[in-house]
Design a protein around this ligand. Structure first.
Ligand code: AMP
Ligand code: GLY
Length: 342
């Protein structure tokens, strides 16, 4: 098969690295790719948001399977467009990707389907949001509704910080139109874990639970980031906890999305806080986590192409995701060393 990966980061490098081990794969392409990826795949400089050119490129090169790395093209509907052109692509359609694309949609969805999450209010009006913060002066989280490259959730300790966060999102429009609406929610305490599962609309195949380092500085200091590094497996995940997450979060999410007429295919990523009251969802991502993918894929034994094709074709119930019994996650330098070797 000829496989195309869309994206240019460490996550896409990990995908290409894993695809390169598949017996189904004849050639790998990547748009736009990066210098490391170029050692394994043919790279072409096309923006991840240029759907028209990507479709032309996939058609011209007779690509059998396309895998989308970042959230922006998924939320914009790249899967719908590829499918209209008869091209096989792995990922959720636009309406399903809204789970990540709109925090308001995501929170209302979780409320409707009783999926555990933080208490919240949503606002489109700055003054009303500001008034709410004045009544809730303690620790609180202010979130821009739309995509903000992982920086739109601001964890605040007091009114001064939450007012600043609201101004940044709604007044300064630091995240553009993503700040037209805000979600203000209860601050949850606990350890954070990332659960990724491949979905075919009805069935889920779980990858290894992982954790990423959120804060920019050592010792969990500084503002949140999209992830400064990751590790898997995670020591804080017991079999029992995983079972709870499957039955209270992952399965109800898939069923709920089906009931909403937005069947979910692709990677469903739940970012969870393990609180004293059980696991609660902080966010969903509609794609492979970054940097979690860089540690989860090296631990996987399964052929990635086989699983992704089963997800597209609705056959995931026939598939098992097998992890190495023993192994270790790779740090950045080991990953680069191994990548050079393939
Ligand atoms: P989000 O963009 O919603 O995924 O949030 C990004 C990060 O902000 C999460 O990974 C958490 O570290 C933090 N965060 C988000 N919501 C909350 C919350 N309700 N309580 C505590 N931390 C949160
Ligand atoms: N590491 C968090 C994310 O992929 O959004």
């Amino acid at each position: 098969m000829k496989v195309l990966v869309i994206g240019s980061g460490g996550r896409e490098h990990a995908l290409v690295w894993k695809l390169n081990q598949s017996s189904y794969v004849e050639k790998i392409y990547c748009t736009p790719g990066n210098a490391g990826i170029a050692k394994v795949a043919e790279c072409e400089s096309i923006s991840v948001m240029n759907t028209k050119r990507l479709i032309q490129y996939a058609s011209k090169n007779k690509i059998d399977l396309t895998i989308v790395g970042p959230e922006m093209p998924l939320v914009a509907g790249i899967v719908d467009e590829f499918e209209k052109n008869g091209l096989k692509i792995f990922g959720p359609r636009r309406r399903a990707a809204e789970l990540e694309g709109s925090k308001v949609f995501c929170k209302d969805f979780m409320k409707k389907y009783e999926i555990p999450s933080a208490q919240y209010r949503t606002f489109t009006d700055y003054d009303k949001a500001s008034e709410f913060l004045n009544y809730n002066k303690g620790p609180i989280v202010v979130k821009a509704d739309g995509l903000a490259a992982g920086k739109g959730a601001i964890v605040c300790q007091n009114l001064e910080q939450s007012s600043k966060a609201l101004d940044l999102i709604m007044k300064d429009r630091a995240f553009g139109s993503a700040g037209e609406k805000v979600v203000i929610e209860e601050m949850l305490q606990g350890s954070e874990v990332s659960i990724m599962a491949l979905c075919d609309g009805e069935n889920l195949v779980y990858m290894l639970p992982s954790q990423d380092h959120k804060r920019i500085f050592d010792n969990d200091q500084g503002p949140n980031t999209g992830g400064m590094g990751a590790y898997a497996p995670t020591p804080c995940m017991t079999e029992e906890m995983l079972k709870t997450i499957k039955t209270t979060v992952m399965e109800p999410t898939l069923k709920g999305m089906q009931a909403e007429g937005r069947p979910y295919k692709g990677v469903l990523y739940a970012g969870l806080m393990l609180t004293d009251d059980g696991p609660k969802v902080l966010e969903y991502n509609c794609r492979f986590g970054d940097p979690e993918t860089q540690v989860v894929l090296p631990m996987a034994e399964s052929d990635l192409v086989k699983v992704l094709m089963a997800s597209i074709d609705g056959n995931l119930n026939d598939i098992d995701w097998k992890n190495r019994k023993r192994g270790r996650s790779l740090c950045g330098s080991c990953f680069r060393r191994l990548s050079r070797a393939v």
